[in-house]
Design a protein around this ligand. Structure first.
Ligand SMILES: [Zn+2]
Length: 143
């Protein structure tokens, strides 16, 4: 789950927190079932800590592929997120962390298409790519 805030009088989404896999989540190589309660508790804590500014801004997960693209399951769940989850701001962000590239899509209610808005090298320049690669090889994880 991605957590961030929306500066007043702008359409910006500032993404500055995320939840990582929790013990009650169920992970498989190609599937992930999030324990909604555990992540909601984390989101509520951030909301309180930030004087009710931080809110839900999207979803992230990993893919065991170099340049990730959303599966049909991903697109279904993103559509569900934009149409069924209450959110503030212009829309939601959807991040897939691949082995070499991390990509960010944007979606909003009323639109069935998701636009890729950003592509970054996974792991950055600090040599952490190898670690990320090993981690994403073994499972499909999501926060
Ligand atoms: Zn996926």
């Amino acid at each position: 789950m991605l957590i961030g805030h929306h500066p007043l009088a702008s359409d910006d989404i500032i993404l500055d927190r995320l939840t990582t896999p929790q013990p009650a989540d169920r992970r498989r190589r190609y599937r992930f079932e999030r324990d909604q309660v555990a992540h909601q508790v984390l989101l509520n804590a951030e909301w309180k800590k930030s004087d009710q500014k931080r809110t839900y801004v999207g979803e992230w997960h990993t893919h065991p592929e170099d340049s990730p693209s959303p599966s049909s399951l991903d697109l279904d769940s993103w559509l569900k997120a934009v149409s069924c989850t209450p959110y503030h701001g212009p829309g939601l962000l959807f991040i897939i962390v691949g082995r070499r590239k991390t990509r960010v899509w944007f979606g909003c209610i009323g639109r069935t298409e998701f636009t890729m808005i950003l592509e970054l090298p996974t792991g950055g320049s600090d040599g952490s790519t190898e670690r990320n690669r090993k981690r994403t090889d073994t499972s499909h994880s999501q926060g």
